[in-house]
Design a protein. Structure first.
Length: 67
């Protein structure tokens, strides 16, 4: 049991590793152009609407099922 605790990285090591991973991701990312942004907004909006519609349908079915 002591061996498991000694092999676990310290909080400082985990935080340092996290920062390195964040820097790596930040270097790979790029700012979307206007067209990419429009597509992202459309897809996100459609997803939100679909989730709302599904929730509404489930709520209506639940309300009608209880009466």
């Amino acid at each position: 049991m002591d061996n498991e605790a000694s092999t676990k990285p310290s909080i400082k090591q985990r935080f340092s590793s996290f920062i390195i991973e964040c820097k790596r991701v930040w270097q790979v990312t790029k700012k979307p152009n206007k067209e990419e942004l429009k597509v992202i907004l459309k897809v996100t909006g459609i997803g939100i609407l679909l989730m709302g519609l599904i929730g509404f349908i489930i709520n209506m079915a639940w309300q009608l099922g209880l009466k």
